[in-house]
Ligand binder design. Structure first.
Ligand code: DSN
Length: 446
């Protein structure tokens, strides 16, 4: 670096790291259901001059001068999303999903008010009221609903909780839930107790837009979505207020906007706003509908192929883009070893709790996998069968690697296991097969 000047940016050491990360993504198979690759258009606007501009405020109501063009960009993003979702109000400024959920809570709740969200171990998100570690659980009274025996949301138990606790906000949203959300049932419960209904559709937005999951628009008052998951845009988020939301509370759009700025954030990231506008246009194309269809076809095919390998799925399958492998037949906490070993074998996924987790969130017994990334690369059903075979081979190969019962010994065991796995010939041979297949697919294929 010493002799380099800023006019040679590609020689910065960071660019070597970026290149290596690109290579890693190309050679490996990504199954993390919340990740995606985005188009060249989305990526190129993210590194544009738009990031040099402050634009606190909203279009035509800024606190800085020189925002004529930024206004046009933000309005374009808003208008495209209003049309795509058929909603009267959109805010594209939240930095990402957690700040966006916090903005909704800040907008419609007073400290100490009650909110009702899905618990983390049932597939909910931390910001849906996790009782200890988040803003949503510490500043509000959080009540958490859960699942029934079939690992589906227990709507009757949810209704009873709502009647008992009279929440001001109910959150219909998930981060690790493989099944369809019944927004009409959520709305009926919210109406019965006079609560606002927030639909957090971050994981399934692309499916909603592509007609592969029922839309929350006729039912929810507020909709939050990140923009980088199945929607395939930049890292960011959007908040939408529906007609139903404005009918319940004519000030709702204004409350949401004020909660985002100045309530919780400063200047919007204009480059992200522009990339959201591009993603919204891409999502309106027929090719995006095909993409959404293929995500689900791939998930169904992966589920069937994993089950054919005698691997167990939470709730026996999937309706959407993700699956949860229940690895308890191989031992409690086994998700950890599987995630580490798969990473050596060229497949990255994330360890995850399963409903009624017998171990702990740090050493969970499940693996969360999804098809948005591989579908973006152009992989289809035949590739899903191969991926399931690799996963099964890895699981069976390491099945004797059990977490020690003694909690103190676990950390050392996993450290040793990681070192052993990195040189394991079976895992490295699978990595080579994975690489050969993955290298045949670009990161982003229309
Ligand atoms: N981190 C996201 C996910 O993986 O689902 C949710 O915020």
């Amino acid at each position: 670096m010493s002799k380099q000047t800023p006019s040679q940016p590609k020689q910065h050491a960071v660019f070597d790291l970026v290149k290596r990360e690109e290579q890693r993504q190309k050679e490996m198979i990504g199954l993390i259901p919340s990740e995606n690759h985005s188009s060249e258009a989305v990526r190129s606007v993210l590194s544009s001059c738009l990031s040099s501009k402050y634009a606190e405020g909203y279009p035509r109501r800024r606190y800085y001068e020189g925002n004529q063009i930024i206004d046009e960009i933000e309005q374009l993003a808003q208008e495209r999303l209003k049309k795509l979702f058929d909603v009267p109000h959109v805010n594209v400024q939240p930095y990402s999903g957690s700040p966006a959920n916090s903005a909704v809570e800040f907008a419609v709740l007073e400290p100490g008010d009650t909110l009702l969200g899905l618990s983390l171990s049932s597939g909910g998100h931390l910001t849906h009221g996790h009782p200890q570690v988040t803003f949503s659980g510490r500043f509000f009274k959080s009540v958490q609903y859960g699942l029934d025996e079939q690992a589906r949301i227990d709507y009757e138990a949810l209704r009873q909780l709502a009647l008992q606790h009279r929440p001001k906000l109910i959150i219909a949203g998930t981060t690790a839930y493989p099944f369809t959300l019944d927004f009409a049932k959520f709305a009926a419960i919210a109406d019965e107790v006079g609560a606002y209904l927030l639909a957090d559709i971050s994981h399934i937005t692309g499916l909603v837009v592509g007609g592969e999951h029922p839309s929350p628009v006729p039912h929810a008052h507020i909709i939050m979505s990140t923009t980088h998951k199945t929607f395939r845009g930049p890292r960011g988020a959007m908040l939408m207020v529906t007609k139903r939301g404005l009918a319940k509370d004519p000030d709702l759009a204004d409350k949401i906007d004020k909660a985002v700025f100045p309530g919780l954030q400063g200047g919007p990231h204009n480059e992200t706003t522009a990339a959201i506008a591009i993603a919204a246009e891409e999502a309106s194309l027929p090719a995006f509908k095909q993409y959404a269809q293929q995500i689900r076809k791939n998930a169904l095919s992966l589920a069937a192929a994993l089950q054919a390998q005698n691997l167990k799925l939470v709730g026996d399958g999937t309706d959407n883009h993700l699956l949860l492998l229940d690895l308890t037949p191989f031992g409690e906490g086994f998700g950890t070893q599987v995630a580490f070993a798969l990473d050596v074998a060229g497949i990255y996924a994330n360890r995850n709790t399963i409903p009624n987790e017998p171990c702990s969130p740090f050493y969970p017994s499940g693996l969360r996998i999804g098809t948005p990334l591989v579908t973006t690369r152009g992989m289809k059903e035949a590739e899903m069968v191969r991926i399931a075979e690799w996963i099964a081979r890895v699981v069976k190969h390491i099945k004797h690697e059990q977490l020690p019962a003694d909690r103190q010994a676990r950390q050392q065991f996993l450290k040793d296991f990681k070192l052993r796995s990195a040189q394991d010939e079976v895992l490295l041979a699978i990595r080579q097969e994975v690489k050969e297949m993955a290298s045949q697919f670009p990161l982003f294929a229309w």
